[in-house]
Design a protein around this ligand. Sequence first.
Ligand SMILES: Cc1cc2nc3c(=O)[nH]c(=O)nc-3n(C[C@H](O)[C@H](O)[C@H](O)COP(=O)(O)O)c2cc1C
Ligand SMILES: Nc1ncnc2c1ncn2[C@@H]1O[C@H](COP(=O)(O)OP(=O)(O)OP(=O)(O)O)[C@@H](O)[C@H]1O
Length: 311
Amino acid sequence: MELIRGIHNILPSHHGCVLTIGNFDGVHRGHAQVISNLVNKAHHFQLPATVMTFEPQPQERFRGADAPARLSLLRDKIRLLDELKIEQLLCINFTVAFANQPAEVFIEDLLVKKLGVKYLVVGDDFCFGKGRVGNFNMLVAAGKKFGFTVVSTQSFMVGSLRVSSTAVREQLALGHLEQARRLLGHPFILSGRVAHGQKIGRTIGFPTANIALKRNVVPVRGVFAVRLYWDDSDIYEGVANVGFRPTVNGQTCRLEVHLFDFSGDLYGKRVEVELVAKIRDEQPFESLDALKKQILNDANEARALFSNDAS
Ligand SMILES: Cc1cc2nc3c(=O)[nH]c(=O)nc-3n(C[C@H](O)[C@H](O)[C@H](O)COP(=O)(O)O)c2cc1C
Ligand SMILES: Nc1ncnc2c1ncn2[C@@H]1O[C@H](COP(=O)(O)OP(=O)(O)OP(=O)(O)O)[C@@H](O)[C@H]1O
């Protein structure tokens, strides 16, 4: 997959493609269905299957810290889209100027002149452009004028629920990891680099890897049974907390992972943490000793969960 970073990097050789557009946050099963249609059409037309996405996501640009929690960082999104076998990912810097373009300008300048879209696949609720006035019917009319075809994909449902990034966020906020996984089609992960913490954990017998969360808002809070992936080959099980650590007066939201039976050095490593099941909500404890007792219970619960999974 070729990553095209920004409109200014679209070359004449990129002219002519089969395209879809969206946030693709989390790259869930609804997205996978849209992209499967895209890839089929691309084969048929012998043109590259291309996804256009935005960074930051539009709501992050407009609402800052009030934007919905992010399901996937750009690098996770790139990996997940790559797995769906697209050929080109166009990542557009979502500036205010870009957002303020009228829908007609977006179509004519970007879709027609720069990208030479031959076929456009969108979901059934797709909107775009200033004031989100651009919709499926407008695209169909533009397609007739400029010579491209627009198709909409039917809603992808799990039971009676339409899969969406919003629906995944709701399930994660409720701690329903299994249902979130069903909607995503893959496990929910948090990724980042292991940083130095306050080093209190080791004094209570639970050393933790602290992972700085690069997102504005995280869709989960609490204590979880986790798997940690690192360097592609090693998988470790453990227990983790996502939160502000009220017992030690934490100021920022952090992911802290205690791995079972691990004594290596993870500092500086980029890791992926799969949240397997929620154990409980984070809470303040009156002493480190009380926290230690609780973490011991959490670890036992997580170990039991993993050994049940294995049997
Ligand atoms: C499994 C687990 C559960 C935790 N639960 C809580 C909690 O409920 N409340 C809290 O204030 N901190 C909680 N913590 C965070 C601890 O306060 C923190 O890991 C400890 O202070 C070590 O910090 P350090 O990594 O900076 O040394 C938890 C940590 C782990 C690993
Ligand atoms: N369940 C689904 N079925 C069919 N198409 C979908 C589904 N979910 C998203 N799409 C389509 O995938 C493309 C990208 O969607 P996008 O990420 O922008 O929205 P979303 O997943 O519905 O998230 P949100 O909850 O933020 O609206 C759009 O064309 C959208 O219409």
